[in-house]
Design a binder for this molecule. Structure first.
Ligand SMILES: [Zn+2]
Length: 152
């Protein structure tokens, strides 16, 4: 049984806990969710010991609940993270992050002549193979593997 004491960082009354973050991805997630602009309480822990995963990172955001669309964008940088939704100090929902069908303005196109690299516009990628992490640019058709992507 999972006990509250497993949560290294202090308990949250209400909000979202993002757990099992690879240590090198913590600040990428901060950036993706624009937590630097968040006015609610944000707690970031990194290089925490985890029995199952070695070292890990964790982010707690008070009073924020992310949409499935926002959460799915995180799958691009770390497919295995887990979100816990906390209400009144209880975990009311756990979400496993999965790749979405479409990525809006998350990934930069690797094709230098692609219109998205030459005009002030958002990128759109279709995830064509979720198992292998292949995505395709809506505008030029360039395929990219999740291992090689650059974020917008
Ligand atoms: Zn493109």
């Amino acid at each position: 049984m999972e006990k509250r004491k497993d949560l290294v960082v202090a308990a949250l009354e209400s909000g979202t806990v993002i757990d099992h973050i690879p240590t090198d991805k913590v600040f990428t997630i901060v950036q993706l969710l624009q937590l630097d602009k968040c006015t609610d309480q944000v707690t970031i822990g990194n290089n925490l010991e985890s029995a199952k995963f070695g070292k890990k990172g964790i982010i707690k955001i008070a009073n924020r609940f992310f949409s499935d669309a926002e959460i799915s964008q995180l799958a691009v940088v770390c497919p295995n993270i887990r979100l816990c939704i906390i209400k009144d100090y209880e975990v009311v929902e756990k979400k496993q992050v999965t790749l979405p069908d479409e990525l809006d303005n998350v990934v930069r196109c690797a094709n230098p002549v692609c219109i998205t690299n030459n005009e002030p516009m958002k990128t759109v990628f279709y995830v064509t193979d979720k198992v292998n992490g292949i995505m395709k640019c809506r505008y030029c058709g360039k395929e990219q593997h999740i291992e090689n992507i650059k974020l917008v």
